[in-house]
Design a protein around this ligand. Sequence first.
Ligand code: SIN
Length: 201
Amino acid sequence: MTTSPFVIFGYGSLIWKPPPHFASEVPGFIKGYVRRFAHRSRVHRGTFENPGRVVTLIHKEDWDNFSKLDPFPEDDVVWGVAFVIDPLFETEVRAELDYRERDGYNKQTVDIYSIENGVEKVVIPDAICYVSKRDNPSFVGSEPLDVIAQRILRSVGPSGRNKDYLYHLADSVRKLAPASYDSHLFALEARVRELDELEEI
Ligand code: SIN
């Protein structure tokens, strides 16, 4: 009997801080979702008193339900990395990830796509990813870009400065897929870098 390997799709900090014991890593993208800084971070990039903002995935259907005035950004593509975990360590890695993502994330599955010979195809079906959905108390929904930027600039938590999370993510996504389009991520990065420079003057 063959069993499917445990595959975790990283679209946030997992891209540059991967899980332990991965046997291979496969860059790819998912369809029908956008990546948004819409999750309140209280144990990594902020605190309970001053939560930061980190990313979650929002499915098109959810987006259409909560954001009637703001059309789904069809051109955005969520690139990330699928980590195939060594089966010998699956139980340990699952427990470690559940702990790491304990602050309000739930697990769901996504298909990972890649482009081969100019054709899009699913390279890994049903990879696990951690998301915070609309009904999750840590999901903050759609906030104005400047509000998120100010919060990211000022938040710090046990895993470090919130702005470093944003800068790492933007750099990692650029390296993964130089032509990728992620309007929210890059607009936020530009705004936070601008505010950051102003503070240094
Ligand atoms: C996470 O894994 O959700 C956050 C880790 C980090 O902020 O570095």
